[in-house]
Design a protein around this ligand. Structure first.
Ligand code: XMP
Length: 515
């Protein structure tokens, strides 16, 4: 298989590092993030590595213990783009001078580009950029020229075009630098000489081929599907790769939404033409959850029960050697800004916890992909839009949206409220404008009035958020008229609920789910 051209991003802890990775990928080039002390000098011999980006970071180069360039860096002869802290490191490493700033400069600035160089090709002579730094370069290293300035920063961009080395004091990766994507594209295509031809079609083809090679001509793969984007696209991709040797399994845990089980099975069988085995675990899950109010305990029980059911069914899958898992790139990044797989606020369970006694090897076709790339691949391999654009739904399902112990009656109430909300979002076109939407059943009863009498019934909270990746989120500004319609439909249509509230908290400090 042809080696893929790629860009190495050394992560010095910037909150924007993942954005740099996305911008590079949006320009059609694979990017990989690594903590500087986790890459060894073998990259120097990798002919498909086309350039290195040094990220920003919260530290000052003068601080004790501030992260530094890898030992092998002076031996790298290829292109480099240093951003903010990365600029300071690069400037110092090459003999320039950096000065500690008294105050942090944070916010917009106007960049005046004085020197035409490949990096600024096609970029306006005067353009808005985003600053966030304390230190600054006061004398460029030998060979570098000052390519751009702002009112406050004399060395806002340094360039040594002959060696393909550039350094920027501002952040080209954030939306507040509107011409940032053009600069990044220039770096990739004009400086690093990348082809920039990494399209979703090509990525899909490549992953299909890779899966075929790994699985071999007779290998069989087990793939647990939930109906969510990742497992759906994964099943489609593997089905393309190995056809009927893929065994898709769907577990009904009794915590699904109204009509969801039927919908998932129908979508797979009719739209994707993939056969799915159904494991009906509803009564087992609900029995084990009886009386359990603690959210983490609920998650543990649900994770455990998934495993038990898989174990029980393992007999059927004798001869199956592989288990497909939808691990995404943000889960595996070795970086200083994300804590990687161990950063747990809630124990998000997946099928990842499957026990070793199943003796299955893991296949993870999305290990190098962000979620939006998985969606793009899904579209490229013909997964219907309604499945690709589906909101995320947590593995523990409605169990984490009924605060307190789960009962069949509460599940029924919540299902109906959720269904009204989601249907209304779809009808109004708001569904695709929000990242995720949900209803939560609260464990409180409030006073209401119905006819001449007082009622004492439950409260439902509606939550809709906008987000890029679920890591941070803002509450969605749904129109008041829309909220009013949903509220009326719930209060008139779901006996047992007499109050509807809308959640106006962003993440952080709140999380998306309430448990
Ligand atoms: P939070 O609530 O942590 O959610 O802001 C972020 C995203 O993760 C989903 N989520 C889960 N997904 N198992 C999952 O598979 C879980 O236990 C779990 N908890 C939250 C949540 O729906 C949102 O998309």
């Amino acid at each position: 298989m042809e080696r893929q051209e790629w860009i190495l991003i050394l992560d010095f802890g910037s909150q924007y590092t993942q954005l740099i990775a996305r911008r590079i990928r949006e320009a059609g080039v694979l990017s990989r993030i690594h903590a500087p002390d986790r890459v060894n000098d073998s990259v120097l011999d990798d002919s498909s590595l086309k350039g290195i980006v040094l990220s920003g970071g919260p530290a000052s180069v003068f601080a004790v213990g501030a992260p530094s360039l890898p030992d092998w860096f002076p031996r790298w002869r290829g292109p480099v783009l240093g951003i903010c802290y990365g600029m300071h490191l690069l400037a110092r490493a090459e003999g320039g001078e950096v000065e500690g700033g008294d105050a942090r400069e944070y916010g917009p600035a106007r960049l005046e580009v004085d020197e035409v160089s490949p990096l600024f090709d096609g970029v306006s002579a005067s353009t808005d950029v985003w600053m966030s730094h304390g230190d600054r370069v006061v004398r460029p290293p030998a060979g570098y020229r000052i390519a751009a300035r702002t009112a406050d920063v004399r060395c806002a961009a340094l360039a040594d075009p002959g060696r393909g080395r550039y350094a920027l004091q501002f952040h080209p990766e954030v939306v507040h630098t509107p011409e940032g994507p053009a600069m990044i594209r220039n770096f990739l295509l004009r400086v690093c000489d990348c082809r920039g031809d990494r399209t979703p079609d090509r990525v899909a083809e490549r992953e299909i081929e890779r899966a075929r090679e790994r699985i071999g001509p007779e290998g069989e793969v087990l793939c647990a599907v939930s109906g969510g984007v990742d497992s759906t696209v994964m099943a489609r991709l593997l089905h393309r790769a190995i056809g009927e040797r893929l065994h898709a399994v769907f577990v009904d845990n009794g915590l699904l939404r109204l009509g969801e089980r039927e919908e998932v099975l129908r979508n797979f069988r009719e739209l994707l033409r993939i056969d799915v085995d159904l494991i009906d675990g509803a009564s087992l899950f609900l029995r084990r959850l009886e009386g359990v109010a603690d959210p983490e305990e609920k998650r543990r029980i649900i994770g455990r029960t998934f495993i038990d059911l898989f174990q029980e069914w393992a007999e059927r899958w004798k001869g199956v050697r592989f288990l497909a898992q939808g691990t995404l790139y943000p889960d595996v990044i070795e970086s200083t800004s994300t804590a990687g797989p161990s950063a747990t606020i809630k124990t998000h369970h997946n099928v990842g916890g499957l026990p070793e006694t199943l003796h299955l090897e893991l296949i993870e076709p999305f290990r190098e992909l962000f979620k939006d790339e998985v969606r793009a691949i899904g579209r490229a391999i013909g997964v219907p839009e309604e499945m690709v654009a589906r909101h995320p739904f947590p593995g523990p399902g409605l169990a984490v949206r009924i605060l307190g112990a789960v009962t069949p009656r509460d599940l029924e109430l919540l299902r109906r409220c959720d269904d009204i909300f989601i249907r209304a979002l779809r009808e109004s076109g708001e569904y695709d404008r929000v990242w995720q939407a949900l209803a939560v059943l609260l464990p409180v009863e409030t006073v209401g009035v119905m006819g001449d009498g007082r009622t004492y019934e439950r409260v439902v909270a509606l939550r809709a958020v906008t987000s890029v990746d679920g890591m941070t989120a803002d509450w969605a500004r749904l129109p008041h008229d829309f909220l009013s319609r949903v509220s009326t439909r719930i209060l008139n249509g779901v006996p047992g609920v007499n109050r509807v509230v809308y959640d106006v908290s962003s993440k952080p400090p709140a999380t998306i789910e309430w448990e």
